[in-house]
Structure formats: C-alpha cells, structure tokens
Design a protein around this ligand. Structure first.
Ligand SMILES: *Cc1c(COP(=O)(O)O)cnc(C)c1O
Length: 344
C-alpha cells in the first residue's frame, strides 16, 4: 500500500502541535469502555466540574512511530507505554485502559494518519500522545464518574538537527520535582505543571532545564524535568539513579539493555551523590523526545562541571548508545525480542 505523503519539510520539523487527520477517542461510563472511534475534530467538550480540570486527575504517555528502510511503519515498545499508563491510572484511581485496547487504539490512529508518518531517512518520526482524563459531573475531591482516553499524533522533527549537540543543565536548589512517595514516578500532568517555574528559571539562566535532586536529602541526582539522567564512568559503567521519585523511562531501560547485552557494559542503578558527579566522563539525559541529550555540563553552586573534556563534543559511549537505539527504532538494527511492533 502506498500512501501519498503530506508535503512537509520533514527534516526541519520541530516539536510543535500539528493537526493531523484523525484522533482516537474512547469513553468510559457506567463501568465500561465504549468501542472507541476516530474523529476529525481536535476539540473536546467536557463537563465544567471534570476532575481533570480541577484536581489533576490526568495522566499521559508519549511514544513514536517510525518508517523502516523497507517502508514498514513500526512502533517502539508500545506495550511498555500501555503498562505505564495503567500504573499511573491506578495511582490516580482512574479507569484503566486494557493493554490490547491501548495498542489497538494506537495502531488505528497511526493507520488513519499514514500520510503524516515521516518517510525513512528523514530523521523525523510520528509522535503519539495517548492521554487519559477524569470527566463528568463531580465537584467533591473524589475519582471522576467517567473517563476519556484519547490519542493524537503529529510528525516531529529530529530533535537535534545536524547531529547531537551537548546541552547544559543547572542543578535545582530551590525546587523539588517530586516527593519520594508522591507522584514523581508516574506520568501525570501535575508533575509538569510544577516544573514550569523552575524550567523558566533554568532557561533565564541560559540552561536547557533543571536537574533535580532527591527531595528527601537534596544530596543525590533524581532526574531532569522530562528525561532520566545517566552517567558513564571511565571504566565503562552505565550508572543511573535509583530513586522512588524518578519516572521509569522506557528509553533508559532500553539503553540499559543495550549497554549490558550489546556493549558488554556493567549497569548500576544506585544513588548518585551530587558531590560525585565528577566520576563520570560522559553524561546524558534520555527520553522518547530526544532519545539521548548529551550533557555538556552541569552547573552547581555557581560552578560548571563539564563532561567529555570541555563539554563541547559528544562522547564515544553516548554516540554508540544513540546509534544503536535509533538504529533499532527505525529497523536498521535487529531489535531484542518484542521491541518492535509492526503497524503495517
Ligand atoms: C516521559 C518522561 C521521561 C522519559 O520517559 P520515556 O519513556 O523514555 O519517554 C522521563 N522523565 C519524565 C519526568 C517523564 O515524564
């Protein structure tokens, strides 16, 4: 099947909302989900007392579809997003979306928007945003009587145009991202609302974002606003924080698998005291959007600690990890069992 693609300068796309042809919407009412449907309207009409508007009863996911060299359209580990959405839903006492319904809905939405899936070789991909919101009449602080599960998609460009470039972060000393037994490890909108002010301050100081410390002791690295942290030691260990307030990044667990099984590295999930950041020769932030953002430097108490020398170039281990993971995602490198889900 060949689809006439939209006329888009794929390589120059950013991460901006673009209305595509269809979105998916399903409603949960009286204890069950309806069949779900594809609609063209990109607006939602909901009751003014919906819990998602007042009490943050909302969670979301983010994943991508890619075109392989043979022209197949594939998803990267969508089962992991389905599981994580339901983990978030349970934490916020929301209706869960059965895993097969989630995957079927993602497939339907991608298939309905094939003309928007960037071609192989463009560096661009189709970003998929599933979200779950509490709706219906309710004003007391209690779980909503009804839920909407919806998915929209949009083409997004390669995060780093012209290759990966290191970015700098600033250690956050005035704000916490999330408390150890709070909602930090769940993909909920409230965490993002709370990150906007620190993010604006980081940007105003010339940094890409804040790097948060653990809220309990303020001595160990947690994560960036929307990406997990990892560091590479001189003896090739992949080290990442073990913290109850870090969001379990699917990209990170994929990198861990690659580091261990394809690069023969040792992986450690452990506390990373901020005072020991200089143990790393390379450092990175990882997530679906950029896959890996190499960290050039981290500012702490007014001093900039750089990685891989002066922090201007991307280090060899991060380059390798990035090439392998992105190669797997677009189907150039053979994937571990179950990582690539074919849509068509
Ligand atoms: C989504 C997210 C990430 C990255 O997770 P991926 O599954 O790799 O996309 C990291 N940190 C936070 C806070 C997130 O919300």
């Amino acid at each position: 099947m060949t689809v006439e693609k939209k006329e888009i300068d794929w390589g120059n796309l950013g991460f901006d909302y673009i209305k595509t042809d269809f979105r998916y919407v399903a409603r949960f009412k009286d204890g069950k989900w309806d069949d779900g449907e594809l609609v063209e309207d990109n607006h939602i009409s909901i009751h003014e007392s919906s819990t998602c508007l007042h009490y943050g009863q909302q969670c979301f996911e983010g994943l991508k579809a890619y075109t392989t060299p043979e022209g197949r359209i594939v998803l990267f580990r969508p089962d992991q997003n389905a599981k994580r959405l339901n983990r978030s839903a349970r934490r916020l006492v929301m209706a869960e979306v059965p895993e097969d319904m989630f995957i079927d809905a993602v497939e339907k939405t991608v298939r309905a928007n094939l003309a928007w899936v960037p071609p192989y070789g463009s560096g661009a991909s189709l970003y998929i945003r599933p979200y779950l919101i509490g709706v219906g009449e309710n004003i007391a602080v209690k779980p909503a009587p009804e839920y909407i599960f919806s998915i929209f998609v949009m083409p997004v460009g390669p995060y780093f145009k012209g290759g990966m470039t290191p970015i700098n972060f600033m250690i956050c000393e005035e704000y916490d991202r999330a408390a150890p037994m709070g909602t930090g490890s769940y993909k909920v909108g409230g965490n993002y609302a709370a990150s906007l002010e620190p993010n604006a301050k980081a940007k105003a100081s010339g940094f890409a974002d804040m790097l948060y410390l653990d809220a309990k002791t303020h001595s160990c690295i947690d994560e960036v606003g929307a990406a997990n942290f990892f560091g590479i030691t001189p003896d090739h260990q992949f080290v990442t924080p073990k913290s109850p307030s870090v969001l379990p990044s699917i990209t990170k667990y994929s990198l861990i698998h690659i580091a261990e099984n394809m690069l023969g590295m040792t992986v450690q999930e452990r506390d990373i005291p901020v005072a020991s950041l200089d143990q790393f020769v390379e450092a990175g932030a990882c997530g679906t959007a950029a896959v890996i953002s190499p960290i050039g430097g981290i500012s702490y108490q007014g001093k900039l600690l750089t990685f891989n020398g002066d922090g201007k170039e991307v280090g060899p281990v991060i380059t390798k990890l990035y090439e392998i993971l992105t190669g797997i995602q677009v189907g150039e490198i053979e994937a571990p069992e179950g990582w690539i889900h074919e849509v068509c």
